[in-house]
Design a protein around this ligand. Structure first.
Ligand SMILES: N[C@@H](CCC(=O)N[C@@H](CS)C(=O)NCC(=O)O)C(=O)O
Length: 242
């Protein structure tokens, strides 16, 4: 039975899983989930995503949630090239260190900016006050400095000379559809160079295919949210604005 991946490519962790599976020629089918239609809350999908999120992997009657766990499962099941998750204990430790760190630093700060800048206007039809946005930007900049100084340093990739899961997960997280005049990499030339290396190693075509929706500004301008989802999310979004 072919592996199924439940994905919405608007989502960063979904893009990491998609790029990894494709780059490594892993046979899979995509079960396309449209989060903005609330499909990740449907009864059918909830049979596999008990946590109500995407991505999800379904391998026969085995289901797995959480992108980090999915990526690691794929490296083991398909014995992918060792640079993705090096067997050397110290290098593997670096990948683990980054994956653990980013989930409570880069990911929440970058996602918060996305929510304030894009999701709130889309769901509530109102702009976020600039000071709220500035706090989130300051948080992200603090994390980006740590990414540069502690993790990347002057190496081509986080672990050294070869790409690993840490680089892939990091870059997709920083590719956010924040609209005109916004580029997370703008004041970080070292990170921009690194992003280009990651893109080049993954393959520009695959990288762009995975990011096609979030880079399509016309589509982004015309995104529609299903009314029940809008109602469901409203209280939480209003709370973010307080
Ligand atoms: N820690 C999870 C995060 C997954 C996640 O937050 N997915 C988001 C899309 S980026 C989602 O499904 N959001 C739907 C919701 O929260 O309603 C992972 O890495 O897989």
């Amino acid at each position: 039975m072919v592996l199924e991946l439940y994905l919405d490519l608007l989502s960063q962790p979904c893009r990491a899983v998609y790029i990894f599976a494709k780059k490594n020629n892993i046979p899979f089918v995509v079960k396309n989930i449209e989060m903005l239609k609330g499909q990740h809350f449907s009864e059918e999908v909830n049979k596999v995503n008990v946590l109500r999120k995407v991505p999800v992997l379904k391998d026969g009657d085995y289901t797995l949630e959480e992108s980090t766990a999915i990526l690691l499962y794929l490296t083991r099941k398909y014995n992918t090239p060792s640079h993705w998750y090096p067997p050397d204990m110290k290098k593997r430790g670096r990948v683990d260190e980054y994956l653990a760190w980013q989930h409570c630093t880069i990911r929440p700060s970058a996602s918060k900016i996305l929510w304030l800048k894009v999701v709130i206007p889309l769901f509530l039809g109102q702009q976020t006050p600039p000071e709220k946005l500035q706090d989130a930007i300051d948080d992200l900049n603090g994390s980006l400095r740590k990414l540069e100084d502690k993790f990347l340093q002057d190496k081509p990739f986080i672990v050294g000379t070869e790409i690993s899961l840490a680089d892939l997960v990091a870059i997709v997280e920083l590719m956010q559809p924040l609209g005109a005049g916004w580029d997370i990499f703008e004041n970080h030339p070292k990170l921009l160079e690194w992003r280009r290396r990651v893109e080049g190693t993954v393959g520009k075509e695959l990288f762009m295919e995975a990011h096609a929706r979030i880079l399509n500004t016309n589509e982004l301008k015309n995104l529609c949210v299903a009314a029940p989802l809008q109602t469901q999310m409203k209280p939480m979004l209003l709370k973010m604005l307080k």
